[in-house]
Structures are given as C-alpha cells and as structure tokens.
Design a protein around this ligand. Structure first.
Ligand SMILES: Cc1ncc(C[n+]2csc(CCOP(=O)(O)OP(=O)(O)O)c2C)c(N)n1
Ligand SMILES: [Mg+2]
Length: 540
C-alpha cells in the first residue's frame, strides 16, 4: 500500500502494464497527471502533439506496428472529440489503444452548468469507438480499472478502451494497493470444431486460405505459413492482413488474385477476417466448405455462414490445425499453376500506371522491414493490393473506417514505436492537410518519418467518382494547396519535390538516409482506378 495521488496511481498502474510512451496533449484538468508524468519522465515519455486527433492516430500506429498497447492522453470534452476519429480507426482495425482523459470536477458532472470542457455523457461518446470505457471515482479504484482496461486490450478482440479521471480524483491522495495479476489465458477454440476443421482441410485437394488483420493482431504469422505450406494452400491476404505472409513466398497473394483463386478452391479457411470484401465484391465460390476462425464470436457467421466456425485465438487455432493436418496425405505441389496466377496478378497491377511504377520505386528504396502507412489516396488504394509487403506489421491502412487524413500521424506513431526502422507515409494532398500541423511534432521530437504527398490538386478519388456519376461535373473536390516543399521547410523539416519513379526513388533513398523528418512532394495527374481492375463488374 502506498500513499499516492490519483495521478501518481494512474502512472504507476500503466507503468506496471509496460507502458513507456504516451501520446498526449495537456490541459488544466490533467495537471495532476502531467505532474506525476513529469516525475516519471525517465520511465514514461510523453510525446505531445499539436492536435488530439494525432494522439489517437499515433497510439494506433504505435500499437499496430509493435504489438504493444498504444496510449493516448487528451483533455475532456473537445479533446476527446478530437481524438475520436483515431479511436474509431483503431476500433475498425482491432488495435490495442488505451485512451486516458479527464473530466470536470466529480460533483459537477451531469450538472450542465457549462464548466470548462463540459460535454454531456462523455463516457457515452466512447461507446462508438471503444469496447470498454469507465470513470475512476477515487484514487484507490485506479489500479483495478487499469487492470480491467488491459484485460480488455489483451483478451478477445483487441479494440480501444478508455478511462476518464476527474481532476479532483487525479489530485486526491489515498492509500493505493496494486495487485499482481496473471496474464489472461488464451484459447484455441472448441477442440471438436478444430478437429472438424482439420478434417475438412485434410479432405480438400485445393484449399485456399483467407488471412485478415486478426492474424497480425494475434502474432500468428508463423503458424499461418506452416499451415499454408503443409496444405500447399495459396494465402490471400486482405489489406489489413498484408504482411502475414511475405510477398516473396510463392503462396502469397492479395485480393487482386481473388477472382482467379476463388474458382480453384475446394475448401476455404478464413482466419481473422470478416470476409466482407471476399463475399460482397468478389463472391465466395458456392458450395465450397468454409471454415472461419475468429476471436470475436460476433464475427463468426456475420457475413458468411461457415461450415465450421471456430471462436478462438488465431495463433493457437492455427497451431492446432498445423499439428492435425501434418498427418494428412502429402499434397501435389501447385507450383506452376500458382506461379501463373501470380503472373496474371502482376500483369493486372502493371496496367495501373503510374501507380505501379511509383510503388515499385518506393518499395526499392524502403528496406524489407521498413513500415509503409498508406491512406485514402490513389497510391494507397494501389498499395493495398500491389505494394509488395515482406514482413508482418509493416503495412497499415485505416481499415473499413477509411479515415482520410490518418496517414501522416499514424506513421509518426509507427516511427516512434520502431526507432530503428524506416517508416514512410503515403498521403494525398487532401489527406496530408488534415494533420499538417504534426510536422511540428516530427521536428520537435525528431521523429525521422518520411511523408510522401501525392499532389493532384484535388480530393482526387472524390473528383473521379463525381465526374463519372454526376454528369461530368465536380463540386467541392478541387484543392488549392500550399507550396509543400516551402511548407516543410517552414517547419524545419526537409522538403523536396520529385516527379516520376526514378526521381522518387532517389529522393526517398536520400530522405531515409538522413534519419531526419522529411517530406517529398510528388506532383500527380489523373490516374486509373484500382477498383476497375480489381472488380471489373464495378463499372469503374
Ligand atoms: C474523414 C474522411 N472524410 C472524407 C472522406 C471522403 N474521401 C475519400 S477519398 C477523399 C479524397 C482524398 O483526397 P487526397 O487525399 O488528395 O487523395 P487522392 O484521392 O487525391 O489521391 C475524400 C474526401 C473520407 N474518406 N474520410
Ligand atoms: Mg489528391
């Protein structure tokens, strides 16, 4: 038992859970917490941003690239609201993000008097972007709440959680006790269902695996590779699952190959994916037995009714299947057939110029273990299916939230979590300006991220769709931009302009070599739609 303020108790509790980095922005209701953080500054660093939006994005980028918990800290009311886009993105991407925030004074909560930063039902705001949120009403309660928050982050489907602590609780002193807590157990799922799943896979001669972000979340990439190899099964990775199997592996595919691979399958194993894109846009082959493994019970059967549905941890469930299918009959290698499908996918991607050549130039400059963060921009859409990814947790997207503007800040968090890796953000001119102020954060904390801005002077995606659907006119989608190179330099960040693949590769190599924050502006004209090539029936 130790005599601590609520602020000190909160810092101690998160330290005990292994937190050593917080992305935050201070304000008066958090003063007692920042005071405790100041005292702990040798053990927990605070990276402060210029907008709360960046705190949650950075926490998400940090979490998804390290497998650790990413923590953000924001003032109540508008601070929370500013952070919500990042929390919603983390929610969509099953990311382990802890959001800490303040409140107004405890006895005034709900009073509606118009206290500084007061919003009605702040906890309810979190309901749309967290799996669990709670308020601490005394310092003594804080260790339990933090323990619960981390249990939520480490069990079941990882999704953001939030704790709010009123300023009087952060300032009050109390005797606080911390209990040792055992790591929560993980489960492979029902053994009978896993047995049935293994039987289906053993009985199939041409199984296909669909791997989603859940494989990365569970750290299940070794098991995935082992299973794919023993089954001779091609693996299609969703955008959020990219990197689960290296694109150098002959069994690795992206959604661009789905329409060639689906008709060949006589069994499908879906792991850590909602199966939404596969079932909606492409269409799973009919009458083919489907196995779905997911940690989230609600996800099993939501979009596709599986033949065998297993609620379990992807790492343990796949390990169990690896053990069980090893005793099956040896497979006939599909080397030539799959190589031809890879070739066809490559041809399709090659058609998408200039995206293909630019992506190849970027990939050539970024080391295999470098991290690429894409967003809602033309190069991002291409990258989701076409950028080769060689390592787990080295490719990030905003997932189904499609959050424009998440890229630069999320990549900053990825770089903070991976100081020895090269990190690149692929941004549109529209998206980059959502977080332009974080150039100051990059400079102040010397975060050597390289941002690439593809400047087409437009919300290009919107503009192209408007032209096609609104009788040729566009509205609200043309952009007058600053001089991005001069802008970078005004922040003390290196800035260059590069046109065409060779110049982009050269500029990127140079920028990455400086180990300083840098920005590369790439002027871009109109480019073809990725969707037309991926989904010919989409009419784009
Ligand atoms: C938060 C948010 N607001 C609006 C949109 C709608 N939206 C999707 S793409 C896009 C345009 C993106 O423009 P830019 O970043 O310049 O990329 P480009 O398509 O031009 O490459 C917009 C506005 C969105 N996805 N997210
Ligand atoms: Mg644009």
């Amino acid at each position: 038992m130790t005599r601590l303020t609520g602020g000190q108790a909160l810092v101690e509790a998160i330290e005990r859970e292994g937190i050593d980095t917080i992305f935050g922005l201070p304000g008066i209701q958090l003063d007692n917490l920042f005071d405790a953080l100041f005292a702990a500054r040798d053990r927990v660093r605070v990276i402060h941003t210029r907008h709360e939006q960046a705190t949650s994005y950075m926490a998400d980028g940090y979490a998804r690239t390290t497998g650790r918990v990413g923590t953000c800290l924001v003032v109540p009311g508008p601070g929370v609201m500013n952070a919500l886009a990042g929390l919603a993105t983390a929610y969509a991407c099953s990311s382990r993000v802890l959001c800490l925030t303040g409140q107004i004074e405890s006895d005034l909560i709900g009073g509606g008097r118009g206290e500084l930063h007061e919003v009605p039902q702040q906890l309810e705001l979190f309901a749309s972007a967290t799996k669990w949120a709670a308020r601490a009403t005394s310092p003594e309660q804080i260790p339990d709440l933090v323990e619960r928050a981390f249990r939520e982050l480490r069990t079941g489907r990882p999704r953001p959680v939030a704790i709010e602590v009123p300023p009087d609780v952060l300032g009050a002193q109390a005797d606080v006790t911390f209990a040792e807590v055992e790591a929560p157990a993980r489960s492979a799922g029902d053994p009978d269902l896993l047995l049935r799943a293994a039987e289906v896979l053993r009985g199939a001669s041409r199984p296909l695996i669909l791997a989603g972000g859940g494989v990365l979340g569970a750290g299940a990439w070794e098991e995935l590779r082992a299973l794919a190899e023993s089954l001779e099964a091609p693996v299609i990775m969703t955008e959020n699952g990219r990197g689960a199997l290296s694109d150098r592996h002959p069994l690795a595919f992206t959604m661009i190959a789905a329409r060639d691979l689906f008709p060949t399958a006589d069994a499908i194993l879906a792991v850590g994916t909602r199966l939404l894109e596969a079932s909606t846009y492409i269409g799973l082959p009919e009458g083919v037995p489907t196995i779905q493994i997911d940690i989230d019970e609600a996800e099993v059967g939501r979009n596709v009714a599986p033949t065998v549905g297993v609620v379990g941890d992807a790492k343990l469930a796949l390990a169990s299947l690896v053990d069980q299918v090893r005793v099956g009959t040896p497979r006939v290698a599909r080397t030539a057939e799959l190589a031809a499908i890879r070739e066809r996918a490559a041809d399709r991607l090659f058609e998408l110029q200039p995206q293909h050549s630019i992506a190849a130039a970027i990939r050539a400059a970024v080391p295999d273990d470098g991290i690429i963060v894409s967003e809602m921009t033309q190069l991002g859409y291409y990258s989701g299916v076409g950028m080769p990814i060689y390592n787990p947790r080295t490719y990030l997207t905003p997932g189904y939230q499609g959050t424009l503007g998440y890229g630069y800040a999320t990549a900053l968090g990825a770089q903070v979590g991976n100081p020895d890796k090269r990190v690149v953000a692929l941004c549109g001119d529209g998206g980059f300006m959502y977080n332009v102020q974080e150039l100051a954060t990059a400079k102040q904390h010397n975060i050597p991220l390289v941002g690439i801005i593809f400047n087409d002077g437009a919300f290009g995606n919107v503009k192209r769709i408007q032209k096609a659907r609104l009788g040729g006119h566009t509205y609200g989608s043309e952009l007058q931009n600053p001089d991005f190179v001069a802008l970078a330099r005004a922040f003390g960040v290196n800035g260059v302009r590069a046109s065409g693949p060779d110049a982009i590769e050269g500029a990127l190599r140079e920028a990455l070599a400086t180990r300083e924050p840098s920005l590369i502006e790439v002027p871009l004209g109109e480019v073809p739609s990725v969707w037309g090539v991926m989904y010919p029936s989409s009419g784009e």
